[in-house]
Design a protein around this ligand. Structure first.
Ligand code: DOR
Length: 436
C-alpha cells in the first residue's frame, strides 16, 4: 500500500516546506516525491500542515484494573483523534506495572487493543531493583517520589539512592515532596475546598522534590526526566542543571491556574496541583527558551461521579490526549509558538529522550506516524464529543482554531473525516537503550 500526500506544508526537522511525502510499507519512503508518483491513495493536502505524529510520554490509561475510567481501546481511539500516534504509559494501574510479568501482560493486552503505538514504564518500588535492572521492553523507570493516584511511592532516601546508583534505564519522576504535602495537609485539616489542593501540594513541595531528584541523578550520573513541571521556581532551577536532566510541561500547567478553580472546581484538581498565572507564564517561558523540552498530557481520566465527590475525596487527574494538539495549534494561531516548536516538544524531544527508534521526525526511512492539521479549522470542545471513556473534558466549551484532521499510524489511516477508523493496530515501540 502506497500513499502520496501532496502539497502539504511539511514540518521537517529543520524547515517547513511545501513538499510531497510518499508512504510505503508503513514507512516514509520518500520526501520530495514527484506529483506524478504512483500510489494507491493520493491525498491533496493543499492548505494543510503535516506534522510527525505526537508521542505522548505521560499518560494513565487505566488498564488493567481501572477500566471503568478508561481502557486501552477507548484511550487510543482518543489518541487517534488527537494526532497522538504513540504513547508511553505510567505504571499506576491495578496491578501496578512493577514486575516483568505485569509489564509483559500489558504489552500483550496492548497489541490486541491499541489503535496507536505503545510503550509502558516500569514502576519503582523500594523492593523491585532486580526488575528495574532487567526490564528491556520499556522506555524507562517511573518513580513516584511523592504519592499520587494509586499506592506507588518511593520516598525513602536509601531506596532512592539504590535505584539511581544501580539501574541504567532512564528515570522519570513525579516530584512532590511527601513530607511537605503531609505537613500542609495537617495544617489545613486535610483541606475543605479544592482551592486548598494548591496550598497542600504547594510550590515548595514541587521544588523540594525536583531538587532532590535532580541532585540524585547528577551525583549518580543518571539520565533523568522531570515530569509535569508546575512552578516558576522549578523552571528557574532547571536552567542550571546538567545535560543529564530533561523536563516537561503539561497542558493543564500551561492553560489553567488557581483562578480557574471557581469555574471548574475539582475537574482541574491535579497532582502536581495547578498554580498561579505567573507560573503558567514561567512554564511557557521555560518551553520557549528550551529549559523544558517536552509537552505531554498526563492524561488521567476519572469518571465524573468520582470527580464530583467533595474535596479531598475527589481524585486528581484530567483527560487530555484528544485535545492537546489542538490546544497547542490554537497557540500557533495566537502567535505564541510555531509548528516547528510543537513538533519538537511533542515528537522529536520525547523520541530522543526515551531512545525511541525510527520516530520523532518526518524523515525518509522513519515510521509513517503522521498527523495532518488544518490551522484554519475552528471547533468547540464538547463533553458529548469526547472519545475518552470518562466522557468529559476540562476544556468543555472552549473554541479552538487549529485541529488535527487525519492521523496515520505506521502508514495506515486511523482517523479521518472526524471519525476513528477502527481495525488498525499500533505496534510496540522499540527502544535503543545504550546499556542493552
Ligand atoms: O493528577 C494526577 N493523576 N497526577 C498523577 O500523578 C497521577 C494521575 C492519576 O493517575 O490519576
Amino acid at each position: 500500500m502506497k500513499t502520496l500526500i501532496r502539497n502539504a506544508m511539511v514540518v521537517l526537522p529543520d524547515a517547513v516546506e511545501r513538499i510531497n511525502v510518499l508512504i510505503e510499507g508503513g514507512r516514509i519512503a520518500s520526501i520530495g516525491a514527484p506529483d506524478f508518483a504512483t500510489a494507491d491513495d493520493v491525498i491533496d493536502a493543499d492548505g494543510l500542515h503535516l506534522l510527525p505524529g505526537l508521542i505522548d510520554d505521560q499518560v494513565h490509561f487505566r488498564e488493567p484494573g481501572l477500566t471503568h475510567k478508561e481502557d486501552l481501546h477507548s484511550a487510543t481511539r482518543a489518541c487517534a483523534k488527537g494526532g497522538v500516534t504513540s504513547f508511553l504509559e505510567m505504571p499506576n494501574t491495578k496491578p501496578t506495572t512493577t514486575t516483568l510479568q505485569a509489564l509483559e501482560e500489558k504489552l500483550v493486552l496492548a497489541a490486541q487493543k491499541c489503535h496507536v503505538n505503545f510503550g509502558f514504564y516500569i514502576g519503582a518500588t523500594p523492593h523491585n531493583l532486580i526488575e528495574l535492572q532487567t526490564a528491556t521492553r520499556t522506555p524507562g523507570i517511573k518513580i513516584f517520589i511523592g504519592s499520587s493516584t494509586g499506592d506507588l511511592l518511593v520516598d525513602d532516601q536509601a531506596a532512592l539512592e539504590r535505584i539511581f546508583a544501580e539501574t541504567t534505564l532512564p528515570i522519570c519522576a513525579h516530584c512532590e515532596d511527601e513530607a511537605t504535602v503531609k505537613a500542609n495537609a495537617a495544617r489545613l485539616n486535610g483541606g475543605r475546598d479544592v482551592a486548598d489542593h494548591s496550598l497542600i501540594r504547594d510550590h515548595q513541595a514541587a521544588l523540594i522534590a525536583t531538587k532532590r531528584a535532580v541532585e540524585l541523578a547528577e551525583r549518580h550520573r543518571h539520565r533523568f526526566h522531570v515530569l509535569h513541571v508546575s512552578t516558576a521556581a522549578e523552571v528557574e532551577f532547571l536552567r542550571g542543571t546538567s545535560d543529564l536532566i530533561t523536563a516537561e510541561a503539561c497542558p493543564h500547567h500551561l492553560f489553567f491556574n488557581v483562578n480557574d478553580y471557581a469555574r471548574l472546581g475539582t475537574l482541574i484538581q491535579m497532582n502536581p496541583s495547578i498554580k498561579s498565572s505567573a507560573d503558567n507564564e514561567a512554564v511557557w517561558r521555560g518551553l520557549l527558551d528550551g529549559t523544558l523540552e517536552v509537552v505531554a498530557t498526563d492524561h488521567a481520566p476519572h469518571t465524573r461521579e468520582e470527580k464530583q465527590q467533595p474535596y479531598p475525596k475527589s481524585p486528581s487527574g484530567l483527560p487530555a490526549v484528544e485535545n492537546y494538539l489542538a490546544l497547542l495549534l490554537n497557540e500557533v494561531n495566537r502567535g505564541r509558538c510555531t509548528l516547528s516548536q510543537i513538533a519538537s516538544w511533542t515528537s522529536a524531544a520525547p523520541a530522543r529522550i526515551w531512545n525511541i527508534q525510527g520516530k520523532g521526525h518526518i524523515r525518509e526511512g522513519y515510521d509513517a506516524d503522521l498527523v495532518l492539521v488544518d490551522l484554519n479549522q475552528t471547533q468547540t470542545i464538547l463533553d458529548e464529543n469526547q472519545l475518552t471513556k470518562c466522557g468529559w473534558s476540562p476544556w468543555h466549551g472552549e473554541s479552538l482554531t487549529g485541529w488535527p484532521i487525519r492521523t496515520w499510524v505506521m502508514g495506515r489511516t486511523v482517523f479521518v473525516d472526524g471519525k476513528v477508523v477502527d481495525g488498525v493496530r499500533g505496534e510496540e515501540i522499540k527502544f535503543r537503550h545504550e546499556h542493552l
